[in-house]
Design a protein around this ligand. Sequence first.
Ligand SMILES: *Cc1c(COP(=O)(O)O)cnc(C)c1O
Length: 415
Amino acid sequence: MAVDYEKHLEKALASLHEEGRYRVFTDLARRAGDFPRAMNHSTEPPREVTVWCSNDYLGMGQNERVMTAMKDAIDTMGTGAGGTRNISGNHHTIVTLEKELCDLHNKQAALVFTSGYISNEATLSTLAKLLPDCIIFSDELNHASMIEGVRQSGCSKRIWRHNDIAHLESLLREADPNRAKLIAFESVYSMDGDVAPIAEICALAEKYNALTYLDEVHAVGMYGQRGGGIADRENLMHRVDIIEGTLAKAFGVMGGYITGNSSLIDAIRSFAPGFIFTTSLPPAIAAGAIESVRILKQANDVRARHQDRAARLKEMLTQEDLPVLLSETHIVPIMVGDPVLCKAASDRLLNEHNIYIQPINYPTVPRGTERLRITPTPLHDDVMLEELVSAVKEVWDYLGISRDVPMPMSLSAAQ
Ligand SMILES: *Cc1c(COP(=O)(O)O)cnc(C)c1O
């Protein structure tokens, strides 16, 4: 019988609708100089909204100096890179950016990719393949890009319970001492906003002769004396073999990178298809990233204000008895625990209150831990915080959402 292609695809989509987790994108136009406001073009006529779920954590995407650096780069060097790194696309700006990133993390070498996703996938899959009979030890809450890298490596893997050092050690102890080992984890976990015990993980890596791979995507720019991330804050960068970051979140531009010692970076540069066979980032993006990294190296005031906003919001939500996850970072999730209600809450915030917070459902988070993930920035002022909290209260009451939902595992493990 002939395959009915349409029918198969429609059936797959219907299951998403049934579960209430079909993704609807919001059509936004950001306005430079007016962060965190944007125009929502999903409604007719378009309406101004306050964005509360951006990963442009510090508003650097609209920083005047970053914008000027990007415009100047286009005026002097044009738009595209013109090739892969190997064939005419190794422009001076990207080379300078890599030097800047080495300095940020105090490492010998750095390598820039077209996104953080690609940097994780390409590095993990390539590195593990190059090592003898490698076992990858992966935290169970690692980002999809790392999971994909682990999968593509084809190596054996051991999943350790989230942030559970004793479990990681028991898995390391069981493994053959002669096999290569790679421990992959994040510093700040993106959905719960909790932080890995980096020092303890490094100590285990040293004890069992494993390499460490740390995703600092949700920390670079925002933590540490110079914005090098949590490992910078805790003086641990020298103990982590590979630090991975993005230029697209706190740095406000686009692209990903890894830093580490020269031989390791050279190996990825030489063997990773996801690095080799794609056009390099354009000069303007690299120029914007350089400026942003430089600005945030000297921005402890911005980092302090960022933390203050998050702490203040957690306090205000707690006072209203709303089920906020009391993370120790800038990520402020309010738990809903149901995909349909989560979407309904997000819709009502947008339509009735002009507040934009995208619902977070499975598979981004485990089922039953659906949530609104709020990311206050230094540019969200007190009035905006008050508007947000009273709107959330109204929505919770209107929809009858429980204020007593189970917290996700990161917190129950810690408590
Ligand atoms: C967003 C994210 C990435 C991917 O970074 P991009 O630059 O957006 O591709 C990698 N790791 C984690 C933990 C992330 O949240």
